[in-house]
Ligand binder design. Structure first.
Ligand code: VG1
Ligand code: CO
Length: 543
C-alpha cells in the first residue's frame, strides 16, 4: 500500500457545532476540506493506529465519495479495521449501536441530519466515541484545535472499495468489513420491544403510515414494520433513500412533513403516523387528528415506558435539554425519579446514560432516545409508541388526553428565525445578555418577569462546565421564553425562540398552542425585539 503524505494548511471555520461539522456540500468538496477535517479528527482522538472504526452515513449527495476518502485515510493512518454499511449507509442510531455492539473505538457518521442534501445543499461529518455517542465538548475542542494547526494528511493510494454488498476487503493491511446496515439494529429493536404484541396489533387491523422522507430510515422501517411486524405493504412511504431526499427537507415536523400531517388530520387517516429525519435519529408522532409535540411525546413515553419489556423494571431517571418543555419533569416528580436538564445536543446525555442515571432522554427538536444506544433514535421512539398503544389499548388521542388530565398540559412552541444576518443575531443575544439583571420585576405584554438567567451546565458525572447555553426568561405564574442561536445551520444565523406555559385547569387543555402562548410570545418580543432587529414579520418556521 502506498501512502501519500499531502502537505496542507489550516482551513478556517472547521469548528464542530451542536452535532459535528456541517457546511454547504460544495465547501466539503473543496480542495483538502474533507481530508483536513478527517485528519484532524484522527489527530484529535490521539490517532487511529491499530483501532477499529464504524463508518456510514445518511446517503446524501457526496456520502459515497466521502466514505471512500475516509477509508483510504483510515488505512494510511494505521487503522486495523473499518466496519461500513452497504452503500456506505448507516442511520445514526444504527451506527451508535454498531460501535457499542462490536466494541469499536468509535465511528464516523456522514450526515447533516435534517438539513437538505445535494450539491447546493448541506453535508456533514461527526465523530462518535467508543460509547457510541457524539464526541464530548472536550474531544470536539481537541479536534477543532487540530484543524487550526494541521500541516499535512495521510491517504492511501488505492482503488475504491466495493461497498455494494456485504463482504470483507482490504486496503493494505486494513480490513474493511461491509455489513448489512439494518440487521443488527433490527435485532436490537426485537430485544427491546414486545414484537408479538406489535404483530397482533397490526394483524388486528391497526393502520399506520411511516414517512421515511427519502432518507436513511426507509430500509430500516420497511424491514421492521412491514417485514417483521406484518404492517401492510405501503405502510412506509418515501422509503427509498435519495441523495437529495427527493428535493425536500428530511425534517420530521409539521412544516416539512406536512403531507403526512394533513393526511392524519383528514377523514381517511390511519391510526398512527410517524416520520424520521435524514439520518434516522429524529421522530415525529401524529395520531388520528392529533399532532404530538416532541416534549409531550417524551413525557408520555416516560410515563408509560414500563409497558415495553426493556423498561419493565422502571426508569432510573430522565433527562431533557433545557429548551425542552417541563412536561417530563412532572412525570419524573410523580415517579420519584431524577430529572436532568442539559444543554441542547445529544452529546450532553452521554455521561448520564453511561453512569446509569438516566434511562430516557429527549429534546424538543423531535429527538427521543434511551440507554439502548447513545444517540436519539427515530424508529425506536415509533416502536415504543406502538408498544404502548398495543398494551394500553388506547388511541394516541386518548393517551394524550389522559396524560394532560393527570399532569396538566405544558403548552409549547418553537419559533425559528432562519438565515438572519449573523452579526445582527449575535448582537441581539449579546445585548440581551447585558440586560438580564435588570429584567426581573419588569412587566412585558401583561406578564411580569420573575427571573432572567443564562444557562450553564455542570455535568454531574465528570464535573465539566458548559457555559452560555441559552437565555432563559421566566415569568411569574410559570411561563417561560428561551432564546438561543442554532449550532447546526450553514448559512447566516438561526434564532430559536422557545415558548412554554403550563396549564392545569382541566377545562383549558384543548387550546391552540399559539393562542395559549400569545402572552408569552408578546412578552418575548417586547423584551428581545427579534422581529424588529431581524427585520422579519415573524418566524419562518413554527413548530
Ligand atoms: C438542533 C436541535 C438540537 C439537536 C441538533 C442535532 O440543534 O435544536 O436539539 O440536537 O439540531 O439534531 P441547533 O443547535 O440547531 O438548535 V440532528 O437530528 O440535526 O443531528
Ligand atoms: Co438527525
Amino acid at each position: 500500500m502506498e501512502i501519500i503524505e499531502t502537505r496542507t494548511t489550516p482551513i478556517e471555520g472547521q469548528k464542530p457545532g451542536t452535532s459535528g461539522l456541517r457546511k454547504k456540500t460544495h465547501v466539503f468538496m473543496g480542495p483538502h476540506y474533507l481530508e483536513n477535517y478527517v485528519q484532524s479528527i484522527f489527530d484529535g482522538i490521539g490517532g487511529v493506529d491499530g483501532k477499529t472504526l464504524v463508518l456510514g452515513g445518511d446517503g446524501r449527495y457526496f456520502n459515497d465519495r466521502a466514505a471512500q476518502v475516509i477509508l483510504r485515510m483510515a488505512a494510511a493512518n494505521g487503522a486495523a479495521k473499518v466496519i461500513v454499511g452497504v452503500g456506505a449507509l448507516l442511520s445514526t442510531p444504527a451506527a451508535s449501536n454498531l460501535i457499542r455492539k462490536r466494541g469499536t473505538d468509535g465511528g464516523l457518521i456522514l450526515s447533516a441530519s435534517h438539513n437538505p442534501g445535494g450539491p447546493e445543499e448541506d453535508f456533514g461529518l461527526k465523530y462518535n466515541g467508543p460509547n457510541g455517542g457524539p464526541a464530548s465538548e472536550g474531544v470536539t475542542d481537541r479536534i477543532y484545535a487540530a484543524t487550526q494547526t494541521i500541516t499535512g494528511y495521510k491517504i492511501a493510494e488505492a482503488h475504491d472499495v466495493d461497498l455494494s454488498a456485504p463482504g470483507t476487503h482490504r486496503i493494505g493491511p486494513m480490513e474493511v468489513e461491509v455489513i448489512d446496515p439494518v440487521t443488527d439494529y433490527a435485532a436490537l429493536m426485537e430485544e427491546l420491544f414486545d414484537f408479538d404484541a406489535l404483530r397482533a396489533l397490526f394483524s388486528g387491523g391497526f393502520t399506520m403510515t411511516f414517512d421515511a422522507m427519502h432518507a436513511v430510515t426507509g430500509p430500516y422501517a420497511k424491514t421492521i414494520l412491514e417485514g417483521k411486524l406484518g404492517a401492510a405493504a405501503g405502510t412506509v412511504i418515501n422509503a427509498e433513500p435519495k441523495p437529495d431526499f427527493g428535493g425536500g427537507h428530511p425534517d420530521p415536523n409539521p412544516i416539512w412533513a406536512k403531507p403526512l400531517v394533513d393526511r392524519m388530520m383528514g377523514g381517511d387517516a390511519p391510526d398512527f403516523g410517524a416520520a424520521s429525519d435524514g439520518d434516522g435519529d429524529r421522530n415525529m408522532i401524529v395520531g388520528r387528528g392529533i399532532y404530538i409535540t416532541p416534549s409531550d411525546s417524551l413525557a408520555v413515553l416516560a410515563a408509560n415506558a414500563p409497558l415495553a419489556p426493556a423498561y419493565a423494571g422502571g426508569l432510573a431517571g430522565v433527562a431533557r435539554s433545557m429548551p425542552t418543555s417541563a412536561a417530563v419533569d412532572r412525570v419524573a416528580e410523580k415517579l420519584g425519579i431524577d430529572c436532568y436538564e442539559t444543554p441542547t445536543g445529544w452529546k450532553f446525555f452521554g455521561n448520564l446514560l453511561d453512569a446509569g442515571r438516566a434511562t430516557l432522554c429527549g429534546e424538543e427538536s423531535a429527538g427521543t432516545g434511551s440507554d439502548h444506544v447513545r444517540e436519539k433514535d427515530g424508529l425506536w421512539a415509533v416502536l415504543l409508541w406502538l408498544n404502548i398503544l398495543a398494551k394500553s389499548g388506547k388511541s394516541v388521542a386518548e393517551l394524550m388526553a389522559d396524560h394532560w388530565q393527570t399532569y396538566g398540559r405544558n403548552y409549547y412552541s418553537r419559533h425559528d428565525y432562519e438565515d438572519v444576518d449573523a452579526g445582527v443575531a449575535n448582537e441581539m443575544v449579546e445585548e440581551l445578555r447585558g440586560r438580564l439583571a435588570e429584567l426581573p420585576g419588569q412587566e412585558h405584554g401583561g406578564l411580569t418577569v420573575e427571573s432572567a438567567t443564562e444557562f450553564s451546565y455542570d455535568d454531574p458525572v465528570d464535573g465539566s462546565r458548559s457555559a452560555r447555553q441559552g437565555l432563559i426568561i421566566a415569568f411569574e405564574g410559570g411561563a417561560r421564553a428561551v432564546i438561543r442561536l442554532s449550532g447546526t445551520g450553514t448559512v447566516g444565523a438561526t434564532i430559536r425562540l422557545y415558548l412554554e406555559r403550563l396549564e392545569t385547569d382541566p377545562a383549558k387543555l384543548d387550546a391552540d398552542p399559539q393562542d395559549a402562548l400569545a402572552p408569552v410570545i408578546a412578552a418575548a418580543e417586547s423584551i428581545a425585539g427579534i422581529k424588529e432587529r431581524s427585520g422579519r414579520e415573524g418566524p419562518n418556521v413554527i413548530t
